[in-house]
Design a binder for this molecule. Structure first.
Ligand SMILES: Nc1ncnc2c1ncn2[C@@H]1O[C@H](COP(=O)(O)OP(=O)(O)O)[C@@H](O)[C@H]1O
Ligand SMILES: N[C@@H](CCC(=O)OP(=O)(O)O)C(=O)O
Length: 381
């Protein structure tokens, strides 16, 4: 059978920016590294290490986020398919992570390159001290010429091992280490307007989207689920790409089998342009990294003021307070219909806001006249 024709992809500013990035985060999905029956695919890891090493030799700092621990634990545990219950998933991740880290070490050892394992949870980005420590470790590893290989710390993940978390984790890492580009390598060669595995009744196939510059380019796009090895599918990649674009980091989504070209000149896959105006580190943290500890329900006037006019939130527009939180915590700002319209850092404890809600500033005692959420600490959805 002849090779399918390579797609013609025009060069663009976003692609040049990714091709010339001095520091990149490369996230590799489970589906690109593991096979249900044979576990880790060593030849695919070797090919990825070849492409990553070539980019490092060209002068780029590379940080890897590697999924695949659960997938790599399936065969050694004698399981027939990806486990669905949390305890077995965590057991598989525990067994598989050791194999995964070892496999990366072996692949890079062919170049005398050392790898360092870093296990993180998204929660670590919500905790400023953990975040600062992780950031320092990652920067030090890179300055020592070591490839950090990051994965979610699955065995301590408190909720569950959510599919696709590593896409988000990779975007948080890219922001944290101030990377110039994020590459998401998967088993699909880019973004399509629908699931590329599906064929319509008249043989219609999903259309490839080479560049995304803003939400308008995603109109009508159906982001479907992932493969059998269990992942977040396209939806989690789009969320991660948006998060990264907010942070000012452009994204390339490509097939891991195209890693050599993706890393060499970004001439494959879909690119997501970064927003020209970056969110400040503080607002980025409020929107993406911090856990929310509760919520404030706002009346329509308050929603219009904070969402449309970017004003501070005053007590007068609050109709309800939910959850136990303290001054300095991040809360969700919810409208009367229950939709989340923003997030912000509160200046008061939940108990105090309960006493203040609905009251105009002039009616409040002098020590409670500051806005409940200052405009600088508030991000609209
Ligand atoms: N709109 C879409 N565009 C591209 N791929 C899609 C889309 N919707 C669903 N997919 C599927 O998402 C899968 C990639 O996601 P996933 O399996 O989570 O990868 P990974 O393991 O790399 O995180 C692809 O196999 C693809 O079939
Ligand atoms: N931490 C998990 C992977 C979670 C995840 O996000 O997977 P994927 O969507 O394949 O990147 C593992 O190593 O199996």
């Amino acid at each position: 059978m002849s090779e399918p024709a390579r797609r013609e992809i025009p060069q663009s500013d976003v692609r040049s920016r990714i091709a010339e990035a001095r520091s990149i985060v490369v996230k590799i999905g489970s589906s690109a590294l593991t096979d249900m029956h044979d576990g880790l695919d060593r030849s695919r890891l070797d090919a990825l290490a070849d492409a990553l090493e070539a980019r490092m030799r060209a002068g780029t700092n590379v940080t890897v986020v590697s999924s695949g621990a659960v997938g790599a634990g399936i065969a050694p545990l004698g399981l027939k398919k990806r486990p669905t219950d949390l305890a077995t998933k965590q057991a598989a991740a525990s067994v598989g992570q050791l194999a995964l880290a070892h496999a990366w070490g072996t692949s890079f050892h062919r170049y005398q390159r050392t790898v360092g394992q870093v296990l993180l949870t998204a929660d670590d980005f919500a905790n400023r001290r953990h975040h600062a420590n992780a950031q320092r470790t990652l920067e030090r590893l890179v300055s020592l010429g070591v490839v950090p290989v990051i994965n979610e710390n699955d065995t301590v993940a408190t909720n569950e091992i959510r599919f696709g978390d590593n896409d988000r984790l990779a975007a948080l890492v890219a922001h944290s280490i101030r990377a110039d580009a994020l590459l998401l390598l998967s088993d699909v060669d880019g973004l399509y307007d629908g699931d590329p595995r599906k064929v319509g009744p008249n043989g219609e196939r999903a259309q490839f989207i080479p560049e995304v510059h803003g939400p308008e380019d995603l109109d009508g796009v159906i982001a479907g689920s992932g493969g059998a090895l269990g992942t977040g599918g396209m939806a989690s990649k789009l969320t991660a790409a948006r998060l990264s674009a907010d942070a000012g980091v452009p994204v390339l989504l490509a097939a891991a089998s195209d890693a050599a070209l993706a890393l060499q000149d970004a001439s494959v896959g879909t690119v997501f342009a970064a927003r020209a105006e970056r969110l400040s580190a503080r607002r980025f943290w409020v929107r993406h990294a911090a856990d929310s500890s509760g919520s404030l329900v706002l009346d329509d006037g308050a929603v219009a003021a904070v969402v449309n006019r970017r004003r501070s939130l005053l007590a007068a527009g609050i109709v309800d307070v939910k959850g136990a939180f303290y001054a300095g915590d991040v809360v969700e700002l919810v409208d009367l219909a229950g939709a989340v319209r923003g997030r912000g850092v509160v200046s008061y404890d939940a108990d105090e806001i309960t006493l203040m809600e609905g009251r105009s500033t002039a009616d409040l005692p002098p020590d409670l006249r500051r806005p409940v959420v200052h405009a600088d600490d508030l991000v609209a959805r």
